[in-house]
Design a protein around this ligand. Structure first.
Ligand code: NAD
Ligand code: TYD
Length: 353
């Protein structure tokens, strides 16, 4: 199996690449621009392995994407490269529009040209797998869950840009016959998670005895999935998913944000006692503009059609994740010191860009 993974130096892309290279013996070309969120160190377990290669490039550069496909000759493209942080999309959406929408357009056109030039056998094998989020479906009330038939209703600049990219991918299937797969997944957590997102930010602030910012009253709900379970789901879909289909992936692990933060506090207190309980570091801060109340995924289709099951419960996964951060200061210390030290993002500071 030869797979071109965009965004492979990011959080989820690196988990997918590790799974493909180290466990599946696949040949992988990672294409990544190495933005603030991309880091070659996320791929250190794959460096030097047979079949692993890396190209630093921007997915918006269509000629380079076409050349990369012509040279590498992938059986599949797994497209994960994106701007991924909601708070940053509120402060400035330009990179989100460019990478998530224009970049996906560029990847689709490069893939269409590449696919058209393949022989019949390679053409039948080829897949373009677009990796997306459940945030495209909007915000749930207290009951119900998103599924493959839920109408799109994005509410943040990030989710709107991802929704646009999902629509482009489906249009390239319907119009040009590009063999596509789309997956929409709930919130991930786990090793190599850039410490701007809730879980790694809270782990590191709590470790260092710093305030733990909880937006609003902490009642917003996310459905958490361990990143390695997501990676296994994605590889299952690229191998066995039906062309043109959407698959929703989720953790069946709904938690209120405050519950998540308290769980992290308690687990860290047990591992590195601080004198006073870390729950005392919790601070309720100004809410995120347009803050979605609740996400939850019904992943019945993944389970019944493809036989996928998550392996980590939230309880085992969060404990494993905390232990990973405790053991891997070499990874997060330079990010906290040089790239992002934890200041508040996503408050509206100007009227228009
Ligand atoms: P991430 O921010 O950790 O990684 C994104 C990667 O894309 C980085 O390595 C970055 O360098 C690269 N990139 C950004 N712009 C690029 C460009 N123009 N050209 C080439 N590379 C570029 O993101 P993540 O959390 O790993 O998310 C990966 C994908 O999964 C995204 O498409 C995201 O929308 C989707 N997703 C994420 C979650 C989640 O909880 N994190 C959940 C569901 C879906
Ligand atoms: P985040 O990790 O940014 O993921 P997403 O916005 O894609 O769901 O945020 C998860 C939840 O945690 C979300 O409801 C916002 C909230 N949150 C906080 O309460 N405090 C924080 O410092 C951050 C970053 C997020």
């Amino acid at each position: 199996m030869r797979i071109l993974v965009t965004g492979g130096a990011g959080f989820i892309g690196s988990a997918v690449t590790r799974l493909l290279v180290l466990e599946r013996g696949a040949s992988v070309l990672v294409v990544d621009k190495l933005t603030y969120a991309g880091d070659r160190r996320n791929l250190r377990d794959c460096e030097g392995r047979p079949g692993f290669s890396f190209l630093q490039a921007d997915i918006c550069d269509r000629a380079r994407m076409a050349a990369a496909m012509a040279e590498f000759r992938p059986d599949a493209v797994m497209h994960l490269a994106a701007e991924s942080h909601v708070d940053r999309s509120i402060t400035g959406a330009a990179d989100f529009i460019r990478t998530n929408i224009d970049g996906t357009f560029s990847m689709l056109e490069a893939a269409r040209g590449y696919h058209a030039g393949l022989d019949a056998e390679a053409k039948a094998r080829f897949r373009f797998h677009h990796i997306s989020t459940d945030e495209v479906f909007g915000s749930l009330g207290p009951t119900g869950a998103f599924s493959e038939t839920t109408a799109y209703d994005p509410r943040s600049p990030y989710s709107a840009s991802k929704a646009a990219s999902d629509h482009l991918v489906r249009a390239w299937h319907e119009t040009y016959g590009l063999p596509v797969l789309v997956t929409n997944c709930s919130n991930n957590y786990g090793p190599y998670h850039f410490p701007e997102k809730l879980i790694p930010l809270v782990i590191l602030n709590a470790l260092e005895g710093k305030p733990l910012p909880v937006y609003g009253d902490g009642s917003n709900i996310r459905d958490w999935l361990h990143v390695e379970d997501h990676a296994r789901a994605l590889v299952t879909v690229v191998e066995r998913g039906r062309i043109g289909e959407t698959y929703c992936i989720g953790g069946r692990a709904e938690r209120r944000n405050l519950q998540v933060v308290e769980t992290i506090c308690d687990l860290l207190d047990a591992r590195r006692p601080m004198g006073t309980p870390r729950r005392g570091l919790i601070r309720f801060v100004t809410d995120r503009p347009g803050h979605d109340a609740r996400y939850a995924i019904d992943c019945t289709k993944m389970e019944s059609e493809l036989g996928w099951r998550q392996q980590q419960s939230f309880e085992s996964g969060i404990a494993q994740t905390i232990d990973w951060y405790l053991a891997n200061e070499w990874w997060w210390r330079p990010l906290r010191e040089q790239k992002y030290s934890g200041e508040r993002l996503g408050l509206i500071t100007q009227k228009a860009s």
